[in-house]
Design a protein around this ligand. Structure first.
Ligand SMILES: C[S@@+](CC[C@H](N)C(=O)[O-])C[C@H]1O[C@@H](n2cnc3c(N)ncnc32)[C@H](O)[C@@H]1O
Length: 220
């Protein structure tokens, strides 16, 4: 069976994700398109040069961190040490941290923007509202947030047996839940839609992902 409900109490699914990306870092990076998603313009066109941006689940740094580091002060965070090793080589001007984003602290208001492409769906979904709360804390008032999730609607987390030859874990809510979470955690949604369809994602034309672009409300 290629897909299985992820309900094994003996399995540490976060560890599974870390191990899987350590194993496939080179292969994943080799297949990732080198042009950034057009939706990244939502961030770049609104920020002054030198603004501070956090890239969550930055992977090997291409294309997103590399594109942003040319104009901005970029920090990338990723749970996979092999991904971060590649990112450091690919984007020498940025700062990179090996860490689980759910166990990381940054000073309040530290960032002007946070981006996260194709990463949040690897974190157990019961933690997603807390993650958005963390993002709100790390952003300055008026700060920007751009992230993608997975296309499928609400359902339990699952594993896939053949993700670059290994097992991978996915967990996600449907888009309406993220809209509710964003509003509850202090964001105003500016735009949402679909990333992908061959427009810059991993080389799979059928692969599309909902995205959300939101602003941290002033006065929070
Ligand atoms: C599909 S890759 C996307 C990489 C990159 N954002 C891109 O656009 O190509 C997902 C990345 O999220 C990272 N990741 C997964 N769970 C994480 C967590 N809890 N904290 C930090 N990074 C995580 C993985 O190690 C992996 O590099």
């Amino acid at each position: 069976m290629p897909f299985k409900i992820a309900d094994d109490p003996e399995t540490n699914y976060r560890e599974l994700v870390r191990t899987a990306y350590n194993r496939c870092a080179m292969d994943y990076a080799g297949q990732r398109r080198t042009t950034p998603e057009p939706e990244l313009n939502l961030i770049t066109e609104h920020l002054a040069p030198g603004s501070k941006i956090l890239d969550v689940g930055c992977g090997a740094g291409i294309p997103v961190a590399q594109h942003l580091a040319g104009m901005f002060n970029l920090t990338g965070i990723d749970i996979s040490s092999n991904m971060i090793a590649l990112a450091k080589k690919n984007v020498p001007t940025a700062e990179f941290i090996i860490a689980n984003v759910m166990e990381t602290e940054f000073p309040a208001g530290r960032f002007d923007a946070i981006v996260s492409f194709y990463a949040i769906f690897h974190i157990p979904r019961q933690e997603h509202q807390d993650l958005l709360r963390r993002f709100a804390q790390w952003l300055r008032p008026g700060g920007l947030l751009l992230f993608t999730v997975a296309r499928y609607d609400d359902g339990p987390g699952y594993t896939e047996d053949d993700f670059f030859g290994g097992t991978m874990y996915w967990s996600n809510f449907g888009p309406s839940t993220y809209k509710k979470f964003l509003t509850e955690t202090g964001f105003q949604i500016e735009k949402d839609g679909i990333v992908g369809g061959g427009s810059g994602s991993i080389d799979a034309p059928e692969e599309v992902h909902p995205f959300f672009f939101a602003i941290k409300r002033e006065g929070l």
